[in-house]
Design a protein. Structure first.
Length: 153
């Protein structure tokens, strides 16, 4: 089973004046930490809500220091269950974001439809003319490849 795991990260940033600047700095900082090994992790700002449901900015700034909420999403392959996928994602991301708290936001099983599980399609019936035209279209490309290969030697 494959799962898409989204974690929330609280990233501290310094020397920022606005929530927007804090978010930009946090995304940049997280991107630097994850870019070398984990370019496949999606990084986005996280919208937040107050306990009463009011919309809040994704970052808070006080005295030039900010705390930004980010969503880190990654696909985890070949796992036993959703909890296993979350543990793997937290471990992989947590190793690079040392000291950054991570919390599970969602874990979605990716729907896999393989040919073995789905019903086979009935064979299409092609006329001899259609088969000949398909072969005629493919044959020149093959001959061109052979000719290029000969020239390169």
């Amino acid at each position: 089973m494959d799962c898409r795991v989204v974690l929330e990260a609280a990233v501290p940033v310094y020397d920022v004046a606005t929530p927007e600047a804090a978010v930009k700095a946090a995304v940049s900082k997280a991107g630097e930490w994850l870019a070398d090994d984990m370019g496949y992790v999606d990084i986005e700002s996280r919208s937040r809500r107050s306990p009463r449901g009011a919309e809040l900015p994704p970052a808070t700034v006080a005295a030039g220091e900010g705390l930004a909420a980010l969503e880190l999403g990654m696909t985890v392959y070949d796992v036993e269950n959703e909890e296993h996928a979350v543990r793997i994602a937290r471990s992989e991301i947590g190793q690079r974001l040392e000291g950054i708290p991570l919390e599970r936001l969602s874990c979605t099983v990716i729907d896999e439809t393989t040919e073995a599980e789905s019903e086979p399609e009935p064979p299409s019936v092609e006329t001899d003319d259609e088969q000949a035209s398909d072969e005629a279209e493919l044959l020149p490309e093959f001959e061109e490849m052979v000719e290029r290969n000969r020239r390169s030697r």
